[in-house]
Design a protein around this ligand. Structure first.
Ligand SMILES: [Ca+2]
Ligand SMILES: [Ca+2]
Length: 274
């Protein structure tokens, strides 16, 4: 009996540490109003909070700005990692650590009042993202997506774990997503009940992309320059926004001529004339 109690205690301890606020695995947190200030232009714009992105990328936190994939026992897609997952800001559980933020949480019921779709814009060949829990799905092509709000409503929990699986443990892999609200009326973008799409965001595995390769495709060209321009002279770059999705190339807090020079140099080196 005592043994059963200890077992039960350990199981509960495991579940609580794995599933609740202090989950040891990295998660990106879905929210709105990134600057946390009411009355600014991002009030209804979706974003992902990136503080935990690459936290578990090495022996110490934030060792790398990529996730190394580990060789697994599986013969199919043998190089794997079980993070990052997704979560969402909420406004009711003050004990939930990093997800409690009333200024950044979505209002209403998931999948009823809003429906957040996480859509893949780009994925490198040989990588796939698998949701191993119910409902199971795999994303391995650009254009595929999943409904985060549906799973959130189904489980009454926004906390999702993902498995990233690849063919190689050394080459660069990437996956790029953006978020949108499927219930938003495209003809009425100022409708206060709906949310605007997020900027694209990426995870990279095994190594860092070329500095300046912001729209990740292993070449630095005009598309990357346009992405840098989107963040030009913004000066709030840090882990929370993944250094403006790597536009702040030297990670000094601001996107300026220093970053442009690095990008331009790699544009020449990657022999792109576009
Ligand atoms: Ca590029
Ligand atoms: Ca910079």
């Amino acid at each position: 009996m005592k043994f059963l109690n200890i077992t039960k205690f350990l199981i509960l301890l495991f579940i609580s540490s794995y599933c609740l606020a202090d989950c040891p695995l990295d998660h990106l947190i879905i929210g709105i109003n990134q600057d946390g200030i009411e009355g600014t232009e991002d009030d209804r714009k979706l974003f992902v909070e990136c503080s935990q992105k690459y936290r578990d990328s090495g022996i110490i936190e934030y060792s790398n700005w990529f996730y190394p994939l580990n060789e697994s026992i599986f013969s199919s897609y043998p190089y794997r990692l079980g993070e990052p997952g997704f979560d969402a800001f909420q406004n009711y559980n003050t004990n939930a650590g990093y997800t409690y933020d009333p200024n950044r949480s979505l209002a209403g019921q998931p999948d009823t009042d809003y429906r957040i779709i996480i859509k893949c814009l780009s994925i490198s060949p040989g990588l796939r993202m698998v949701h191993k829990d119910y409902p199971q799905f795999t994303i391995d092509e650009a254009g595929m997506d999943f409904n985060h709000s549906y799973i959130h409503a189904l489980r009454s929990d926004s906390h999702l774990h993902m498995s990233y699986q690849a063919l190689d443990g050394e080459i660069l892999y990437w996956i790029t997503f953006y978020l949108y609200d499927e219930l938003a009326d495209p003809n009425n973008p100022k409708d206060p009940n709906h949310y605007l799409p997020s900027e694209p965001f990426s995870f990279v595995f095994n190594k860092e992309p070329l500095a300046g390769d912001l729209v990740i495709d292993e070449i630095v060209n005009k598309k990357d320059l346009m992405e840098l321009n989107k963040y030009w002279l913004k000066n709030q770059s840090d882990k929370r926004n993944d250094y403006y999705e790597r536009a702040d190339i030297n990670k000094d807090g601001v996107v300026n001529f220093t970053d442009f020079a690095i990008l331009a140099n790699n544009r020449i080196n990657s022999h792109s004339l576009e």
